[in-house]
Design a protein around this ligand. Structure first.
Ligand SMILES: [Zn+2]
Length: 240
């Protein structure tokens, strides 16, 4: 539902910022519905009224900007209590990103904990240990090790093993390493080289990645690592 990451890409909407959408039979999950997610879902004919749940990796605006409107949409404006929201505790506590007036709308609000497995319908997912980021943040593995989702974090050596899966989606914000709590292209390469998934997908591009043409960088990474690496495009679909 979108490949933009970080504030400038989101502010300029050079790419959409609606996050990821996962579907397994009747189970449907919205992951990190950033600003404009509701527009992307409706534009792409995915009815948010049929979502089984919403998952926030962390409370930052580019991951959670549309969480409230998505909760309303999932619950038919609050008239049907349904669906689950999964988020770190700090999305609910101080300076909450989930508005209090609609917290009774979902069937359940689950505060994510590290290294814990959750189930929604037919989808099971497990959190990683907390990422190194400036908010409480988790990475995820879905369906055992079918899909690994490397969300925002500073690089650390255990990332590859913690997210290792058949297909790995990696939030690659920075073209060059910088003293910021975000992954760079070199970090993505290190993760891919160690985890060796069947397919790695780069997404959540910041401005420096975007300007460097992510699809070209992905092709170079494929060459270097011998692993198939793709740059995500808005609206891209992948069969797992
Ligand atoms: Zn963040």
């Amino acid at each position: 539902m979108g490949t933009a990451g970080a504030r400038f890409m989101v502010a300029k909407q050079l790419a959409a910022s609606g996050g990821l959408y996962l579907e397994d039979g009747d189970t449907r999950l919205a992951l990190d519905p950033g600003p404009g997610a509701i527009v992307q879902y409706t534009k792409r004919k995915v009815d948010p009224g049929r979502l089984s749940g919403i998952v926030l990796s962390h409370r930052h605006l580019d991951h959670a900007g549309d969480v409230n409107v998505m909760i309303e949409a999932m619950t038919d404006g609050g008239f049907k209590q349904r669906g689950k929201l999964f988020c770190p505790a700090d999305a609910l506590d101080e300076d909450p990103v989930v508005l209090r007036y609609l917290r009774g709308f979902p069937q359940e609000i689950v505060e994510l904990k590290p290294e814990t497995t959750y189930r929604v319908g037919s989808i099971e997912f497990t959190t990683t240990p907390a990422h190194r980021h400036n908010a409480e943040t988790y990475g995820f593995r879905f369906g055992g090790r079918r899909l690994g989702w490397v969300t925002d974090t500073e690089y650390y050596p255990e990332l590859a093993q913690q997210h290792q899966a058949e297909v790995m989606v990696i939030h690659t914000v920075l073209r060059e390493r910088r003293p910021l709590p975000h992954l760079s292209l070199d970090d993505a390469e290190a993760i891919i080289a160690e985890a060796r998934p069947r397919l790695a997908i780069l997404t959540h591009f910041g401005m420096t990645m975007w300007r460097a043409k992510p699809w070209e960088l992905a092709a170079q990474l494929s060459e270097k690592t011998g692993v198939e690496v793709k740059a995500a495009r808005d609206g891209m679909t992948v069969e797992l």
